[in-house]
Every structure is written in C-alpha cells, then in structure tokens.
Design a protein around this ligand. Structure first.
Ligand code: COA
Length: 433
C-alpha cells in the first residue's frame, strides 16, 4: 500500500487515538517543547478510561494536568526531570522520580528497565517519501518509539522538519491525529549584570576553534554575548536555544574546526522561540540525534577543545556540586550535566565549567558553602569538576588538594560570606587561611 493511503487510514480524532490505549499502560510523552499537546489534553479529558496508567516525561513544558490531585486514581507520573509544571508533584509525593544520566534514558527503554507500552509523539508533515520528522526533540523519544507497542502521533505543520536521525515513517505509526498549532516556546531569559560578569569570565576560557555545550538559561546566554570576537566555534550540545543564533549569523559559530561532524551543529533537542524553530527547519547544518549518541561522554570527548558550561545550586568547599535539589526538595534533575562534564574532561584541550552567581535568594544565601544542605543531592562528584566560575572570578579545582580547593573557592565567593567560610576552613584544617 502506498504511504499516502496508509496515512489516510490511520487518521483518527484525538479521543479515538487515546481510547486505543489500554488502561494500565506506561505512556512515554515526547520531551520539552515537542510535547504533543492535543494528545496530552485528550489523555486528561479521557481520564475515566485509565486506571493507574504511568506517564513518563522529562522536562514537561505543558500544563501537566495529569499530576493534579484529582488524577490520582487514573495516572501516576514518573518524572525523569522535575520541571516547572511537575516539580511540586514530585516534592509532594504525588509523582515519583527516576534518576538517570540523560544519555542512559534510551537504554531504560531498550533494555526494558522501563518497558514502553505507548509513545505519544509529535511530528512534521510527511515528506514525499512518507517520512515524518520528530522535529525539535529527538533525545529519548526516538528510542521510546522504537520500543513502544503503540505509537500515536500528532502531525503538526508547525513542527520543523529537522535533519539527522530524526525521522519516523508513516508505516511505523499506529494512529495519526492531524492538528496544527504553534509549538510551545521558551522566551529568552533576562540577562542582568551578574550574569554578564559570569558570562565574561566563562568566555575568557573559550579558545578559538572550541566546540561548545551550553545548558539552558541566562548564564549560557550571557557567555554567548562575550564570544563575538572568537573564531571558528562549533556546537555539540544536548540543546541550544535562541542565544546561539546571532553567533551563527555572524559566522563566529561555523563548526569548521570540529574534528567530526565538521560544518554541522549537533544537538538532541532545542527549546526557544519560533525564530529558532524556523532556523532548524530543513536545515542540514543542524543535525538532531538521539541522546544516547549526542550525550555519550565518549562521543562528546571526540571533539577537541570541548567546553561544557552548566550551572548548579550549591557547591561545597571540596567541590561537590548539587544541581538538582534544594535540600531534600528535587527541583530539576541531572539532565546532561555529568555527561558533558565527563566528555569535556576527556576531550583533548577540553574544559568543563560550572558557572553560578555567588549567591541565591537575592544575596541572602551563598552558593559556595562549607557543607551541602541536609538532603542535597551530589549531582556532579568532586572528582569530576574542574572550572568553577562566579561573577568574582574563576577557580580551577583539578589537581588541587582539599585545602587548595577551599582557598580558590572562597576566593570567588561573595565577599559578604568570605569571613565565615574562612573561619570554617581554618577550623577544619587547623591552619591559617
Ligand atoms: N539555596 C536556596 N535556594 C537556591 C539556591 C541555594 N543555594 N540556589 C538556587 N536557589 C533557588 C533560586 O533562588 C531560584 O529560586 P526562585 O525560582 O524562587 O527564584 C531557584 O532555586 C532556581 O535557581 P537558579 O539558579 O535561578 O536556576 P536556573 O534556572 O539558573 O537553573 C539549575 C540552575 C542548577 C537548577 C539548572 O541549571 C539545572 O537544573 N541543572 C541541572 C541539569 C543540567 O545541568 N543540565 C545540563 C544541560 S541543559
């Protein structure tokens, strides 16, 4: 049968598609801004059909109504990351959390740690061969689809046709819901003076010809502001947002110095505005690959001069990094932080950077602390960290003793907290600072 005919046969309404799911299924939802909103809405609307279905999702950018108290009988939520809309549910115990390096998430599906019954995906319109692109998030959803018993797709003309390993053929989809609507967007963050100072310090570590991984938020975007005079930068990153577009347009990011995937940006998902989504549409210069490839530390390390820039919540004086909880409260997840810290560390000429404002809570709390808060999770081990950057400077931890680590970290802490940290350091090591 021709794919066009198959496509027509598979067309159903959102309710029809969702009512084909067995009641007690594990349902994996496409990630971040690629969430198929019409399907998730239909899931919630048809809640009476479900009893104890498990919804697996990572950064949930939609409404995530399935975590509401009145959904308890129908859905449980297994979060791979506690994002804004699911954080409270995880903290209150209404949802549970699976801790896992991002690059290993596909393995959970492939090897049956998390058996996938249903994948809810969102795709572009099919091309002339019947291939639909899963668009702006390939990460774990490619693997979830390949291992699912049932695949339901929202086909949306606004979903970019992204290049790389991003395609699924119409014949592999079970039910198709045609529904075009603008994708979820993420507005560029506000960049203040502190972020600018941190960004400038980060940029000073970036040599011409480096390949970058940038986390999400104001600090990575601020670092990009200070890279305008660099040459031949490349991108091999879990994700990118709008911040890179200016440097791409000006030719600073041209990927020419990359020693593989030369000339191309490599990502596993993107989050941003329509301008970014338009840029990646049909653009062979940006390749999307599954996260077990993009975030695999060995693959990352094959890039010479690999620079990773990520952030954290707290760092203790020995270098232990907490990036995902405030005390016992899970606020995010490991994501790709450790994947890229390790990949950059193994890269020839690579540097891993953890960049933070020196304080939190409007200056009331130091992020550089003598010990992590009770319950705080060590996201990145002190054996893995290297460069720590604040608005007060750069501390390099690799090869340093515990005393030296304390000294350099106190040196980049906020002046209001230095005396207190020095006292604790002197008491602990029984010597003068
Ligand atoms: N004590 C108490 N509260 C703290 C704190 C601390 N030490 N550090 C941060 N906070 C609070 C902030 O005040 C802020 O509160 P608010 O939302 O009420 O303003 C909140 O925690 C978030 O902190 P902030 O640093 O502003 O968040 P961010 O958006 O810059 O994200 C991380 C920082 C660490 C949470 C985020 O980078 C993350 O989740 N990292 C792990 C995953 C990762 O690195 N992935 C890499 C590739 S994308």
């Amino acid at each position: 049968m021709e794919w066009e005919e198959l496509y027509k046969k598979k067309l159903v309404s959102p309710d029809e598609a969702i009512l084909n799911i067995n009641s007690q299924s594990r349902i994996v939802v496409a990630h971040a801004c690629a969430e198929p909103k019409i399907l998730v809405d239909a899931l919630v609307k048809n809640k009476e059909h479900f009893e104890n279905s498990e919804i697996v999702h990572m950064v949930a950018m939609g409404k995530a109504e399935y975590v509401n108290s009145d959904m308890k009988k129908h859905f449980t939520h297994n979060a791979l990351f506690a994002g804004a809309s699911t954080r409270k549910a995880v903290q209150d115990g209404r949802a549970d959390f699976t801790t896992c390096y991002f690059h290993e998430v596909p393995k959970l599906f492939k090897e049956g740690y998390l058996k996938v019954d249903v994948a809810l995906i969102q795709t572009s319109l099919p091309d002339e061969h019947g291939n639909c692109s899963m668009g702006i998030s390939i990460d774990y959803i490619k693997s979830a689809s390949e291992n699912a018993k049932l695949i339901i797709a929202q086909v949306n003309k606004h979903m970019p046709r992204t290049m790389g390993d991003s395609f699924i053929h119409v014949s592999d989809i079970d039910y198709i819901v045609e529904h075009s609507e603008p994708l979820i967007e993420l507005c560029p963050p506000k960049i203040g003076d502190i972020e600018k100072a941190i960004g400038k310090n980060c940029a000073s570590l970036v040599e011409d010809g480096s390949t970058l991984q940038l986390g999400i938020g104001a600090i990575p975007d601020a670092a990009l502001l200070f890279l305008k005079d660099k040459k031949n930068l490349g991108i091999h990153s879990e994700m990118i947002s709008d911040g890179v577009l200016d440097l791409v347009k000006s030719g600073v990011i041209n990927n020419k110095a990359k020693n593989f995937h030369t000339g191309k940006m490599i990502v596993t998902f993107v989050m941003g505005t329509k301008a970014l989504y338009d840029y990646v549409d049909n653009n062979p210069l940006v390749e999307f690959h599954p996260v077990d490839y993009v975030n695999n530390p060995i693959i990352i390390a094959n890039n010479d001069k690999m620079i990773s820039i990520n952030s954290c919540v707290q760092i203790d004086l020995t270098g232990q990094i907490c990036s995902e909880s405030i005390g016992y409260n899970q606020i995010s997840g490991v994501g790709g932080q450790v994947d890229f810290v390790r990949g950059a560390t193994m890269s020839r000429g690579g540097k891993s950077i953890i960049a933070i404002p020196s304080t939190a809570a409007k200056g009331k709390i130091s992020r550089i602390v003598s010990v992590l808060d009770e319950g705080a999770i060590v996201t990145t081990s002190r054996n893995d960290v290297d460069y720590i950057v604040t608005e007060y400077g750069i501390a390099r931890l690799k090869g340093k003793t515990l005393k030296e680590r304390g000294r350099v970290l106190i040196g980049i802490s906020h002046p209001d907290f230095r005396d207190e940290l020095i006292n604790i350091w002197e008491e602990r090591y029984r010597c003068k600072f």
